[in-house]
Design a protein around this ligand. Structure first.
Ligand code: NAP
Length: 525
């Protein structure tokens, strides 16, 4: 497929009529062809109208038809071949192997949702049969299942140009739920977005689905993005990006005449707790693991370990020596966009200028534009507790180590933190009691708690939680990765007193979909 610079409004490839922009190769700061144009207000409305028109038919498709659609999208993405990887490399500065892995993850994600659809647990069917003889009052027949919310606006993320962009996790979970998706492409990778958009459009046609099931729009967040969120036909929003962007979308969604949910994944510094026995026994190995996790993908992961809490003493001193040795060998890596690089540089400068913060070491400097020079800083618990600015995410390979005097202080540090996507414990058997005492505090703060691992690397599976209290996400009850993310775009409906022939298949007595349903409090086998 070739790049045309066109958006996809349903089945039609159309040129935007708004302001022009180009992708930028962040490795060289060169503009890339073709030119793209933002959508006009009318074009945003057209995409929303098509999505709304498609919703009635699309939500009535069977789970297996939607599963086949998701599998068709995965096949179409794979059929794009290396052209997709080459374009994504040029637009993001990410290396080939990372993007190939991300493509595999994207397709696996779509196929995992297909499996979930066929298994049917997501419908969460609950049936309480009528009890006409019940005293003092009879019970009516009550049957609950999950139904889709309606068209979803998806904002492609800059840092996952495939797995969290046009056909990424938000789109896959919305489509799986039975919701049409209108995607606002991230302006940093429009060519990658167009190629994947074409692949989705092919799958829509191949599966005979209504064209409005999927649209892809380009343009600025404050126009196209807010236009989408404000459109009455959009019923939910999926977003990954900055705290400012996420909050702006939440505010817009809440000020509509009909407010809608926004699932925004925003910022997290992902504390890592180094416990005394583990630090003493394997400080060198921990230092190596930490630097590898910190610098992976230039640190441009929402689960990047940006905060370490460690006990003051000789073991920490040895740990820091190895961190410095490792870091000084880390080459500078190209960041995703000039804007992200500027924000990283500003964050690092603020840490370096802080009177209570000292630099531990830096990575190698870069010799081109937008290079991320990895950084590790150190401070103490009092300084960290006294200044909220030190709790702010620096998106990229930068971390702050906070040294503590005793484990009791760790509880204060955790209580002072904002909500997090992850919290990590590096511990040995002798640390169990201390870790055990902190677990309730950790579960209050984070969506995922890890032991003896590093938080970068998020498995797409049934048990994953990629969420957490604000500002990690705007809704701590949800996950944006894994099959449970489908729940964001569903709501329960209860049908009371329906004759069997009027019930949807999932709720009928004969259970034609073969679901494991909860009937009168017992799980069907
Ligand atoms: P971003 O600026 O939040 O942009 C993400 C998307 O939201 C873009 O489509 C953007 O549109 C739109 N948007 C942003 N502000 C908006 C607003 N006020 N109203 C409506 N739409 C808005 O994120 P980014 O471009 O990916 O990176 C910028 C910074 O975000 C990074 O430096 C980093 O701090 C943070 N970030 C964090 C994560 C994470 O997972 N924690 C991931 C990525 C980025 P435009 O294209 O018009 O800007």
């Amino acid at each position: 497929m070739t790049l045309t610079g066109k958006m996809l409004i349903g089945g039609a490839a159309v040129s935007g009529v708004g302001s022009v922009f180009h992708a930028i190769d962040p490795a060289t700061d060169q503009l890339l062809d073709p030119a793209y144009h933002g959508a006009s207000r009318t074009q945003v409305e057209q995409a929303c109208a098509l999505a709304w028109a498609a919703f009635d038919d699309y939500r009535e498709t069977t789970p297996s038809a939607r599963a086949a659609f998701l599998e068709a999208i995965a096949e179409s993405i794979e059929a794009l071949g290396e052209a997709l990887i080459e374009r994504a490399m040029a637009e993001t500065g990410l290396p080939q192997a990372r993007l190939q892995g991300e493509r595999a993850r994207t397709c696996q994600q779509l196929r995992t949702f297909a499996r979930t659809l066929r298994a049917g647990e997501w419908l969460d069917v609950r049936i309480d049969r009528a009890q006409p003889q019940r005293q003092p009052l009879p019970r009516p027949d009550l049957r609950q299942r999950q139904v889709p919310l309606g068209p979803v606006a998806v904002f492609g993320a800059s840092n996952f140009p495939l797995a969290f962009s046009v056909a990424g996790g938000d789109t896959a979970s919305a489509l799986a739920a039975g919701c049409p998706a209108v995607v606002k492409a991230h302006g940093a990778h429009p060519g990658t977005s167009e190629l994947v958009g074409q692949a989705v459009r092919q799958a829509v046609a191949r599966c005979g689905l209504p064209e409005g099931v999927f649209s892809l729009l380009f343009g600025a967040g404050r126009e196209v993005g807010l236009g989408l969120v404000g459109d009455p036909r959009i019923k939910a929003v999926g977003f990954t990006g900055s705290r400012g962007g996420g909050l702006a979308l939440c505010q817009a969604a809440q000020s509509r005449p009909e407010p809608i949910p926004v699932y925004a994944e925003m910022s997290s510094i992902n504390p890592v707790l180094l416990f005394p026995a583990a630090l003493e026994a394997r400080g060198e190995e921990l230092a190596q693991g930490f630097v590898a996790s910190l610098t992976l993908g230039a640190g441009q992961f929402c689960t990047n370990p940006g905060l370490l809490l460690a006990p003051r003493g000789a073991a920490l001193d040895r740990f820091l020596v190895t961190v410095a040795e490792q870091l000084r060998q880390c080459p500078a890596q190209v960041m995703l966009t000039p804007g992200i690089h500027q924000a990283f540089s500003a964050g690092v400068e603020a840490l370096a200028a802080h009177p209570q913060v000292t630099k531990v070491a830096s990575g190698l400097p870069g010799d081109g534009p937008n290079r991320c020079q990895a950084q590790v800083f150190i401070t103490d618990a009092e300084a960290f507790l006294a200044d909220q600015a030190l709790h702010t995410e620096v998106f990229g390979a930068a971390a702050l180590l906070v040294q503590y005097d005793d484990v009791a202080q760790v509880r204060h540090l955790l209580d002072a933190l904002e909500g997090q996507l992850t919290a990590t414990l590096q511990l040995d058997a002798a640390d169990f009691d201390a870790a055990h005492a902190l677990l309730p505090a950790l579960e209050l703060k984070a969506g995922r708690v890890l032991v003896n691992a590093w938080p970068t690397g998020v498995e797409v599976c049934d048990a994953m939680v990629h969420g957490g209290p604000f500002p990690a996400t705007s809704d701590a009850r949800s996950t944006s990765v894994g099959t449970a993310s489908i729940r964001r775009f569903l709501r329960p409906v209860c049908l009371q007193g329906f004759p069997d022939g009027l019930l949807p298949l999932a709720l009928r007595d004969a259970n034609p979909l073969g679901l494991r349903r909860l009937i009168d409090g017992e799980r069907e086998v």
